[in-house]
Write a protein that binds this ligand. Structure first.
Ligand SMILES: Nc1ncnc2c1ncn2[C@@H]1O[C@H](COP(=O)(O)OP(=O)(O)O)[C@@H](O)[C@H]1O
Ligand SMILES: [Mg+2]
Length: 273
């Protein structure tokens, strides 16, 4: 069945800002809201969604490219209590050859993923940090882009660089910012405003604010227990904030026209590979 399938990339300039955990818990939030959700681990170098879920997949994303595996055969359901409609496409970590996929491999991956993506309401791509061609290419394929930042100055400069490169090379200028681990709502707003002002001044566009996610010790615990926080403690601060992100994504989805979940990159990356 073809659904209105909306994809979103979870991005950051700098690693370790919370992308994978937020991607996971936002997907759980969308699932709790009754949506069918596919989570794709696109961090081809340092994949770890399987670790966050305490599972040991036998097949991975990379098998689509190496062994011509059907993506549907790699899927692992992870809905709480076995509830269907929440699936992971895991990736293998530490495979350096896959960090920078060539243009042919990326378009093959997109063509193979699209029929599967069409079965879901939301497709979330957890993408590696930085500005490698593979990161940029994945980031330009999705319907929406969420950029995770923290109040650290290095997070701000690196996410600015990411948005700058994406806008210059791919004409992508729509970004939704999640401020993670701010000490207060005021600090979250200040952090966002600082980034938005620099983007507006030097890039000519301003990202929009999606939500903040509070620092939550429960999240660290959930990582240790290898279960999603949304499942262990759905009322905890970070879970509530990820639920807010899920609600915002629902609003964005309802305003979008139907279309392919993963589009072709707006500009051909081979020229800048
Ligand atoms: N909101 C939060 N509250 C507490 N700890 C967090 C939060 N977000 C991220 N972390 C911590 O940061 C670590 C790195 O998060 P992760 O999702 O793996 O980052 P990334 O995918 O961006 O590299 C987590 O293991 C967790 O300990
Ligand atoms: Mg990660």
């Amino acid at each position: 069945m073809n659904r209105k399938s909306v994809s979103f990339a979870v991005l950051s300039g700098k690693g370790g800002v919370g992308k994978s955990n937020l991607a996971l818990n936002i997907c759980c939030g969308l699932h709790l809201r009754g949506r069918k959700v596919l989570l794709i681990d696109c961090d081809m170098g340092l994949a770890n969604m399987d670790v966050l879920l305490g599972i040991a997949p036998e097949k991975h994303m990379q098998d689509i490219l190496i062994n011509n595996q059907d993506p549907a055969d790699i899927l692992l359901p992870f809905g709480a209590g076995g509830r269907p409609g929440l699936d992971l496409l895991p990736a293998n970590s530490g495979m350096a050859d896959f960090v920078d996929l060539d243009a042919g491999a990326r378009s093959m991956l997109r063509d193979k993923l699209n029929p599967l993506a069409a079965e879901y309401d939301f497709v979330c791509m957890d993408i590696g940090a930085g500005i490698s061609p593979t990161v940029l290419n994945f980031a330009s394929m999705t319907t929406l882009r969420l950029v995770v930042i923290t109040p650290e100055p290095t997070s701000l400069t690196d996410s600015y660089a990411l948005m700058k490169v994406l806008s210059a090379r791919y004409d992508v200028t729509d970004f939704h910012i999640i401020v993670n681990m701010a000490e207060s709502q005021a600090e979250a707003k200040r952090t966002f405003n600082r980034l938005a002002a620099v983007c507006k001044r030097f890039l000519g566009f301003a990202p929009s604010f999606l939500c903040e996610v509070r620092a939550d010790r429960g999240l660290t615990e959930a990582v240790r227990k290898q279960r999603p926080l949304m499942e262990l403690a759905p009322r905890s601060p970070a879970s509530q904030d990820c639920m807010t992100a899920a609600e915002k994504l629902e609003q964005l989805r309802s305003a979008l026209p139907a279309g392919e979940a993963l589009g072709a990159p707006l500009r051909n990356v081979s020229a800048v590979d």
